[in-house]
Design a protein around this ligand. Structure first.
Ligand code: C2E
Ligand code: MG
Ligand code: MG
Length: 688
């Protein structure tokens, strides 16, 4: 996955739920704060109205006393007269301007240390001269550092609110019963400032006051509960959505298990964990063979059910620090934790484990034959350069590691008997080489890096040079000399071999035309034509055009087809060979005897030449059986009116034997190796 794609994916996955949770918590706190604030304000308001009322009463007391003072009474008499005259219940405490107490009624007195602050002086319309101080018998006045306030303990208020009333009491009188009484003193300057007096007031909290506050609180709470509940539902919903989304992102829709994206993240986390850096792991590519065929026969649904069953099976077989997921198609990736103490043991551990896993998996569908292959890429412990313990694996690319396991598995498919294959450096080099060849082959052809080498063919009868085979050599400016065995199979896989064959045919035709013009001795040259080429319609005309572009005689060119080509579409092959022959070209069967027997093909295809494979002559032939086969093969070719060329001849005895059997030509290192054209031309002058 590209980094941009990955980022987008991660972003999607990481859609945060915490903003909703934080929003919910903040909103709830805000609501609770607001309720508490409102309740406090309401309580203050109730208290405030009581205080305003008592402040008015105090002013009346003050006016009456001032009246008595104005009529000439002493301050003591004025206070007593006021109490008598107005039946005043308020205690009074009078001081002179020096603070000396002159007269006081009642048992308690103001506590000048605690000046009360109601916080609502202005809102309640209290004037600037309003001063209130606590009573010396104060129960509920507190100095909290900043200001002094009434603060009744909540539990006390609750206890008193819900205390049972007297039995004979009506509900109304129970409600209006005073539950808390607290005295305080209001300042009342008397006699034009000659006296400083304080009038005692009593603040009382009735049960109904508490109920008012509670009802107000409950209503506020109910009103605020609606948005809180809505927000709560929304938060829960977004959490659920987020979870579902994460599940979907990580869901493999075929197996119902975790998908490859999850595997990659998980495996990467396991491998890069510090604690795991000293352990050996293995990334496995598990491949179910012929899945498409299974789906075609039993249906896609059955195929998917099989993959689902595999998922369930593997889930039950993996341990701690291990994981698996479907990669694509019928390929699963696995991360295995190895338990051996060295490389060999770990490999053996993986092999055994996979062997038993594959055996069990093969029995997953008792009535159906299913077959698996596995490629394993071992991930050795991480060895840091400085040897320090705290390092951990870096740049772990699970896809890359898996690709190597997959490459190993693909190789194991070639060797059917090998069900489990380990990835090694050689495989990587092979892959790198194949990539290099594919990347550079076209440019190399354009740059004429491919050169024609010619290997002479000799007559065993007179030892004269009578023919040659054109063999390609790649002279790369970077890699140097490259033998065809290293690139022809890759060209065959990619189909590029047809372009190379065309190039070689053209080069040979050109060479022959040059020889003709220069009046040199004309030597027939055979050119290899790959089997991929023979699948093409109109090949004969195509070759004809290539050769005619230079104009040599057609019979000087022979086309070699490998024996394996005869197993492809025989009808096309027969048709092409006949056409080629009709155009005057010679056609030979290359590598006869190297693969499967194609005697049958000899019957149907009118070939000119049979090239006996070098395998016939390699190794010892102590019992002479090899000679019998060669002798019969030559006889067979002769009877079919074909000429015989023996390839890979390296010894004199072989030449002598072939000469005695009437072999027409010999090609082999005994006479000459493939060589550049100039060298060949010199050889022709000498040997032809
Ligand atoms: P081939 O067509 O059977 O070519 C004969 C191979 O045997 C050549 O290998 C040649 O060098 C080798 N050879 C000849 N005499 C001896 C001997 O005495 N001892 C030993 N050990 N080897 C001998 P080379 O050139 O490496 O080519 C290998 C194969 O590559 C060829 O087998 C042919 O199948 C393919 N090839 C080469 N050039 C071309 C080409 O231009 N087009 C196509 N399609 N295939 C080509
Ligand atoms: Mg050949
Ligand atoms: Mg050959």
């Amino acid at each position: 996955m590209s980094s941009v794609k990955e980022k987008r994916f991660r972003k999607l996955k990481r859609k945060k739920i915490w903003p909703s949770i934080v929003a919910f918590i903040l909103f709830t706190l805000l609501c609770v704060g607001m309720i508490v604030l409102f309740l406090q304000l309401f309580a203050l308001y109730i208290m405030g109205t009581k205080i305003v009322q008592q402040y008015g009463e105090m002013k009346n007391v003050k006016a009456v006393i001032n009246g008595f003072l104005e009529s000439g009474e002493s301050i003591a008499d004025a206070v007593i007269s006021q109490r008598k005259y107005t039946f005043g219940e308020n205690d009074i405490y009078v001081m002179d301007t020096d603070g000396e107490m002159l007269i006081k009624t009642g048992n308690s007195e103001p506590d000048f240390e605690l000046v009360l602050d109601f916080k609502l002086d202005r809102e309640l319309g209290l004037d600037e001269g309003f001063v209130a101080v606590a009573d010396s018998e104060n129960q509920f006045v507190h100095d909290n550092g900043d200001f002094t306030i009434f603060a009744m303990p909540v539990d006390e208020v609750i206890k008193r609110t819900f205390s049972p009333g007297r039995e004979d009491q009506s509900v109304g009188s129970w409600l209006s019963e005073t539950i808390i009484t607290q005295g305080y003193w209001l300042r009342a300057p008397l006699g034009d400032g000659r006296y400083d007096a304080y009038v005692k007031c009593i603040i009382q909290l009735q049960r109904q006051d508490v109920f008012y506050i509670c009802i107000f609180g409950i209503i506020a709470l109910l009103l605020l509960m609606i948005p809180i509940i809505l927000l709560f539902i929304n938060t829960i919903r977004s959490i659920v959505t987020q979870r579902r989304m994460t599940q979907i992102i990580y869901l493999d829709t075929v197996t119902g298990g975790k998908n490859w994206f999850y595997f990659r993240n998980y495996a990467e986390r396991i491998l890069t964990r510090k604690i795991n850096s000293k352990k050996t792991f293995a990334i496995v590519n598990l491949h179910l063979e012929r899945y498409q065929n299974y789906c075609a026969c039993y249906g896609v649904k059955a195929g998917e059910e099989l993959l689902e069953a595999m998922d369930g099976f593997l889930k039950a077989r993996i341990g701690k620090n291990e994981f698996f997921a479907r990669f694509e198609g019928a390929d699963f990736g696995m991360l295995l934790a190895c338990e051996g103490v060295n490389e060999q043991e770990n490999q053996e551990y993986c092999r055994k484990r996979m062997r038993s896993l594959l055996a069990e998996l093969s029995g997953l569908k008792p009535d159906q034959k299913i077959h698996f292959h596995a490629g394993i890429n071992m991930i050795p412990p991480y060895v840091p350069k400085d040897g320090k313990w705290y390092h951990t694996r870096k740049n772990v690319d699970i896809n890359q590691l898996y690709t190597y396991a997959n490459a190993a598995r693909v190789t194991s498919e070639c060797a059917e008997e090998r069900q489990i294959t380990f990835f090694d450096q050689e495989m990587l080099e092979k892959q790198v080489w194949e990539r290099w060849v594919e990347d550079t082959m076209e440019e190399a052809l354009n740059n004429e890096e491919f050169q024609v080498y010619l290997q002479p063919k000799y007559s065993p009868l007179n030892g004269k040079l009578v023919g040659a085979e054109a063999l390609v050599r790649w002279i790369s400016p970077t890699e140097g000399f490259i033998a065809p065995g290293r690139f022809i199979p890759i060209f065959e896989d990619t189909g590029f071999v047809t372009q190379l064959d065309d190039y070689m045919i053209s080069r040979v035709a050109k060479l022959q035309a040059e020889w003709m013009i220069q009046g040199k001795k004309m030597i027939p040259i055979s050119v290899n034509v790959s089997r991929a080429h023979f699948a093409q319609e109109g090949l004969a005309e195509h070759i004809c055009q290539l050769v005619d572009a230079y104009g040599p005689r057609h019979e000087l060119i022979e086309l070699e087809v490998t024996e394996s080509a005869f197993f492809d579409d025989k009808d096309i092959l027969v048709k092409t060979v006949k056409q080629l022959k009709a155009f005057g070209f010679h056609v030979s069967m290359d590598d006869f005897g190297a693969g499967y027997s194609s005697l049958n093909s000899l019957k149907d295809i009118p070939l000119d030449v049979l090239k006996l494979d070098g395998e016939f002559f390699s190794g010892d032939d102590d019992d002479g059986r090899g000679q019998v086969v060669v002798k019969e093969a030559i006889q067979l070719a002769r009877n079919l009116d074909m000429r015989v060329v023996a390839e890979g001849i390296e010894k004199k005895e072989q030449v002598d034997f072939l000469a005695s059997q009437g072999c027409d030509m010999i090609q082999g290192f005994y006479f000459a190796k493939p060589m550049p054209i100039e060298e060949f031309e010199k050889k022709v002058e000498k040997d032809a």
